[in-house]
Design a protein around this ligand. Structure first.
Ligand SMILES: Nc1ncnc2c1ncn2[C@@H]1O[C@H](COP(=O)(O)OP(=O)(O)OP(=O)(O)O)[C@@H](O)[C@H]1O
Length: 253
């Protein structure tokens, strides 16, 4: 695999029972870039995102065919440790979902579960993760207060910090700003651009403005198929497929 490709999807099909939600998806996800997944509601963006760290495994009756490589290994291989995979490929959800505990405990929860017990080491992880999530200055004096007392935007940055604390290589984000106001959204967008220096980011977004502001590559999905994928500027200025053009010009969806 090319050295700048972090994940590679080969002939991926996904079925929920009889219903085929993903059809023959082939995709290369570039390292340390932001890849945006766009398309009308129900086209399979979230389903696809969740295949990248095997979150769909938990769904009853799901069947997945094809191959997804992370670096050079198949994440659907039989002997693969899914917990280890989800540590390498972390996820941030649409609605901020901090645990009902302190800010500090939210961040150290994962590292502790991984067996890190040393107080200094945990403190260092908390500071580093909150700094990387651009939240440190706002919370450094209330680390032991409840995470639920934070604003929605702060809670989402805490969830990003919690993911970062696991030292992931890839961060998946499923509409991470759709529950936030414009100011909190702008902060998260800026944060994503900072994070891509260290992490490969894949984001599902309903906002074409957001995709064009922050992503390097954009993939357009329709009815379970990947219609077109290209660098973001080209997709929005010179789409090759009529269906992409119809969608980005607002003619449907
Ligand atoms: N657990 C499930 N069981 C059965 N069908 C599902 C399940 N999850 C999703 N689907 C179906 O698969 C299709 C793709 O859904 P998905 O949520 O991936 O689309 P999406 O593009 O992310 O939509 P949205 O933008 O509305 O979030 C839809 O038709 C949906 O109804």
């Amino acid at each position: 695999m090319d050295s700048n490709i972090k994940m590679k999807v080969n002939n991926l099909d996904l079925f929920y029972g009889e219903f085929q939600a993903l059809k023959m998806i082939n995709m290369e996800i570039k390292e340390k870039e932001i890849t945006a997944l766009i398309g009308p509601s129900g086209c399979g963006k979230s389903t696809f995102l969740r295949t990248l760290n095997r979150m769909n495994d938990l769904v009853d009756g799901v069947k997945i065919q094809g191959e997804i490589l992370l670096d050079d290994s198949d994440i659907y291989a039989k002997n693969l440790d899914v917990t280890d995979l989800r540590k390498r490929v972390g996820m941030v959800f649409q609605k901020p979902n901090p645990f009902p505990m302190s800010i500090y405990e939210n961040i150290v929860y994962g590292p502790k579960a991984q067996g890190i017990r040393n107080k200094d080491e945990l403190n260092a992880i908390v500071e580093k993760s909150l700094k990387r999530a651009a939240l440190w200055d706002e919370v450094k004096d209330k680390l032991h207060k409840s995470a639920l007392a934070l604003s929605g935007g702060q809670q989402q940055r805490l969830c990003i910090a919690r993911t970062v604390a696991m030292n992931p290589e890839v961060i998946l984000m499923d509409e991470p700003t759709s529950a936030l106001d414009p100011i909190a959204t702008a902060k998260i967008e800026q944060l994503m651009v900072e994070l891509k220096e260290r992490y490969t980011i894949v984001i599902v977004t309903h906002s074409m403005q957001q995709a064009s502001r922050i992503s390097d590559t954009t993939a357009f999905f329709l009815l379970g198929s990947l219609i077109e994928m290209n660098d973001t500027q080209s997709i929005f200025s010179l789409p090759k497929d009529q269906r992409t053009e119809d969608y980005i010009t607002g003619r449907f969806g």
